[in-house]
Write a protein that binds this ligand. Structure first.
Ligand SMILES: [Mg+2]
Length: 210
């Protein structure tokens, strides 16, 4: 059986952090992003409002900041090893994140077959953010379906890795899911649960269960 492994980014591949937090830190906006994250996590604002506000914060953002945020982020260990193993088995791995595509797409260089994220204007920003390009949690399932079609697979072949309620729809639509560093509520929605900082160990839970 060929599988498609679908990885969330924020809180999953990134340990207790998120791409916008790492980017904002590079700009000295720690306080501002903490407030914004809190509004998003408590669902006071949706992903489109979040994107518009974060776009407003990042007026001084350059490619250099994005690269520094990516390089300095608290990644789980052995992401590249795990994806190389998946590729060697003839399986597929993809990242689906609500975070900016200009950050998420850098993971293709680490071995992801595909990387999906929210579409922001080019950095440095000279254009407004288009709400239509910002992904929602529901879009994660739509993108999973697109990827299945692309690789000649179905939802029955998918494994989802995620940490939060924004992964709940995806967990519901696939047979195998791994809650990564998730709270008990989210872990209860998944078939496996992993706590730690090594992606290989999370992947092994699925591999061993075969
Ligand atoms: Mg997440």
């Amino acid at each position: 059986m060929t599988r498609l492994h679908l990885f969330d980014l924020d809180g999953t591949l990134l340990h207790r952090s998120a791409a916008p937090v790492e980017i904002s830190r590079q700009l000295g906006l720690d306080h501002e992003i903490t407030e914004l994250e809190r509004d998003f996590v408590t669902r006071r604002i949706d992903s489109r409002t979040y994107a518009q506000r974060v776009h407003g914060l990042w007026t001084g953002l350059t490619e250099r900041h994005v690269a520094a945020a990516f390089d300095g982020a608290p990644w789980l260990r052995r992401i590249r090893d795990t994806w190389a193993e998946i590729r060697n088995r003839g399986e597929y791995c993809a990242v689906i994140s609500l975070s900016p595509l200009f950050f998420v797409e850098r993971l293709r260089a680490w071995g992801a077959h595909a990387a999906y994220g929210s579409l922001f204007p080019r950095v440095p920003f000279t254009e407004p953010v288009d709400p239509a390009g910002i992904l929602t949690p529901a879009a994660k399932v739509e993108i999973a379906d697109l990827l299945c079609a692309h690789f000649g697979l179905t939802r029955a072949d998918c494994v989802a890795y995620g940490d939060s309620l924004s992964d709940a729809d995806l967990f519901d639509s696939v047979p195998i899911s791994v809650a990564v560093n998730a709270d008990q509520h989210v872990a209860a929605l998944a078939t496996h649960s992993y706590t730690g900082q090594d992606l290989w160990d999370a992947y092994e839970l699925v591999h061993r269960a075969r």
